[in-house]
Design a protein around this ligand. Structure first.
Ligand code: NAP
Length: 258
């Protein structure tokens, strides 16, 4: 029998993919949920379905976290709606596939703000409030790409290395203050990610978002700090860490180069 969760979960990037699954499954496990993303209609439709299925209180707060100040405006909006999260799932993220020099710089800058800055601002603000209350948890979504350089997803993979390192360090700072910081590193997972990134379709090797999130929440319940989803992916992170870097980078470049 699964532990019953209580309190409110804020889930970013909750209109699709892994974030939508976090919203669904955390509601099913007992949380009220605040869902945020840019597509307001889609958020509201998914929120209504979660309310019907679980009877939980589900609010939607549309926000663009790739905007400068996007995260601060989201916090203000949540404060004025009286939403104080006990769990923050920093899931919203995008990739940009292609050679760095061929990528419009505004696209790169928006990705850095979303994947790193917004996640850091939300972690810092809610981490501070949770530490003052002596309870709470922050769940940050990195990637198996955090463990190695990835040519043609170079900046994306580097943002995920940031998420992993930031989160592990932040977890240590908050230990003993009643606040947990948990990092999920998904491997290839079915979602809109590849299409949005303009990356090759990897659905044939991808796991479902539903399974990935269920395993991640179980790992969180089992007091995990970093969870790499799937044994093959876990093995891949050891290759990423211990294989000779130049060889590894050349192999990935050859696999992903166009
Ligand atoms: N799928 C994979 O294979 C995979 C593997 C490793 C890690 N991840 C990570 O998992 C997380 C979720 O990705 P996913 O696979 O579920 O992708 P997805 O299906 O494309 O979902 C991304 C979510 O982020 C939201 N989002 C995108 N840009 C945003 C912005 N500027 N402001 C606010 N919200 C924004 C999207 O909603 P709107 O468009 O409505 O804003 C959507 O809800 C990401 O951090 C990704 O890096 C995914």
């Amino acid at each position: 029998m699964k532990r019953q969760w209580t309190g409110t979960a804020l889930v970013t990037g909750a209109s699709a993919g892994i974030g939508l699954e976090f919203a669904r499954q955390m509601a099913r496990r007992g949380c009220d949920v605040a869902m945020t993303a840019r597509r307001a209609d889609r958020l509201e439709a998914e929120a209504a379905a979660i309310r019907r299925a679980t009877g939980r209180r589900v609010t939607t707060v549309p926000a663009d976290l790739g905007d400068p100040d996007g995260a601060l405006r989201l916090i203000e909006a949540l404060d004025s709606s009286g939403v104080e999260p006990d769990y923050v799932v920093n899931n919203a993220g995008v990739g940009v596939f292609g050679a760095v020099v061929e990528t419009p710089v505004d696209k790169l800058a928006g990705m850095l703000r979303l994947n790193m800055e917004a996640l850091t601002v939300l972690s810092a603000e809610y981490g501070r409030r949770m530490a003052a209350r002596g309870r709470g948890a922050i769940l940050n979504i990195a990637s198996t790409a955090a463990y190695q350089p990835v040519p043609y997803l170079a900046a994306y993979a580097a943002t995920k290395a940031y998420v992993l390192h930031f989160s592990e360090a932040f977890a240590a700072e908050l230990s003993g203050k009643g606040v947990r910081v948990f990092t999920l590193c998904p491997g290839a997972t079915k979602s809109e990610f590849a299409e949005v990134a303009g990356a090759p379709n990897i659905e044939f090797v991808a796991t479902s978002a539903e399974d990935c999130v269920r395993r991640a929440l179980d790992a969180f319940d089992n007091r995990g700090i970093v969870y790499v989803d799937g044994l093959a992916n876990l093995f891949g992170t050891y290759v990423g860490r211990f294989a000779p870097r130049p060889l590894l980078v050349r192999a990935v470049a050859a696999a992903l180069g166009r």
